[in-house]
Design a protein. Structure first.
Length: 202
């Protein structure tokens, strides 16, 4: 089975006065689906700064889809709105702001794969133990909580509270002696730990 290598990333952008009304209206139309009437007023005088999220075909240099949101929009939720473009077998890469059980579970439901850089925290015991072990790979789980179930459901997923989403954690040693940790559900028989440094930097 072939794979498309995709990437999701987000950015902030500012509009000109000419485009402000169009962008603001677009974002508010999406918010209409989720905001209570009582909270809409907070956005009536929004600044001209917005967020955008893109789904990008890395090897072909093509943007497959994009969405825009208000400045306080969630990058994870914005990313999930792009998943309608996913095909079975796609590999989607993320930076360290995206790891979440509900998002990983959603990607798995699309029969796609993820490769996501994990934030490393000194207080995270399992991460520190894994780094000190010197091993190249381990297996960990994210557990879906109530908030994650709601987000997964709103994005069209069927995840349930308590669902444990397993993933491989790959260690990548950088030239500056720093360590990156990547989370993935790619098959270890096909994608050994040694290929991930190159994959993530494409």
């Amino acid at each position: 089975m072939g794979h498309r290598l995709l990437a999701v990333d987000g950015t902030d952008f500012w509009t000109t006065d000419l485009l402000f009304d169009q962008v603001h209206e677009h974002c508010m139309q999406w918010r209409e689906k989720t905001l209570e009437e009582s909270s809409k007023g907070a956005y009536e005088n929004s600044p001209s700064k917005f967020k955008a999220s893109y789904l990008y075909d890395v090897l072909n240099g093509v943007i497959l889809d994009q969405c825009m949101e208000m400045p306080d929009g969630s990058e994870r939720e914005m990313a999930s709105r792009l998943f309608s473009q996913l095909e079975a077998g796609d590999i989607i890469t993320f930076d360290r702001g995206y790891p979440a059980a509900w998002l990983f579970s959603l990607i798995i439901e699309y029969k796609a794969f993820f490769c996501c850089r994990l934030p490393i925290a000194k207080e995270c015991v399992w991460q520190q133990e894994f780094i000190k072990s010197g091993e190249l790979e381990t297996v960990h789980h994210f557990t879906l909580n109530a908030a994650g179930e709601a987000l997964n459901s709103s994005a069209g997923g069927s995840g349930v509270v308590g669902e444990a989403v397993p993933f491989r954690v790959i260690r990548v040693d950088l030239p500056n002696d720093e360590v990156e940790l990547l989370a993935t559900n790619l098959d270890p028989e096909t994608f050994g730990a040694e290929v991930f440094g190159e994959l993530y930097n494409l």
